[in-house]
Write a protein that binds this ligand. Sequence first.
Ligand code: A2P
Length: 268
Amino acid sequence: MTAAPTAASFPIPANVFAETVTEVQHYTDRLFRFRMTRPASFRFRSGEFVMIGLPNAEKPVFRAYSIASPAWDEELEFYSIKVPNGPLTEHLQKIKEGDTIIMRKKPTGTLVNDALLPGKRLYMFSTGTGIAPFASLIRDPETYEKFDKVILTHTCREAGELTYGFELAKIAAEDPLVGEFAAGRLIHYATTTRETTPHMGRITDLIVSGKLFEDIGQPPLNPEEDRGMICGSMAMLKDVKELLEERGLVEGANNAPATFVVERAFVD
Ligand code: A2P
């Protein structure tokens, strides 16, 4: 029997925040999102990740999760895969409103506006739950202050896995704070590889063939104007990174901003 992640069944470690789940939404049998209270003292930059866990063991399992909500939001949102027998997600997928989630205190990450030089267009390349940090960034006005156009690409195997991205694009467009910035400047480009939808194919193939740029009405990637952020599986990161480098973009970091940055979508 596995312990249900309801009330804390073990003492909460001193070095973590203990927060309360406020909302859970399941998208498919593999994907869900949840929101939880945000500690008053917790600060982060949109695009960063934190380590989260459940108080269901003396030594809880922690996993890195990108914060999917923007830095100004009063709650924290996360988007998660459900891994069969996954040490954390097996339990996490059963959480309900009112349950406790624990979170280490320090956020970190490279998918932040500070790690990129100013540019005209920001491309956010994501597959699967790799969309999470971009869910945060497309809802942050700072992203639109820095870039004229924000292009979020999201590729999944099946149509149902794209739902969260469509909801986000709608929320960003309708949000009283961000909507005005995002209007006409946020381009959401969603593709599938194993089920028929209006746009099909791996993002790598769509970059190489030029179809991505044709479909969104933007020029091919160039290092003078374009910036990139990549988040997905290891294989996807490697392949997109290679394509950006072939086109003259250079990988940056917090302490050395450049023209693209990479982060893996952690939980698998
Ligand atoms: P495909 O269906 O052709 O494998 P996964 O669920 O395996 O993480 O995949 C998520 C999405 O990322 C799928 O649409 C998958 O396409 C695509 N993908 C997987 N590997 C790569 C890669 N190396 N480059 C680009 N896209 C990839």
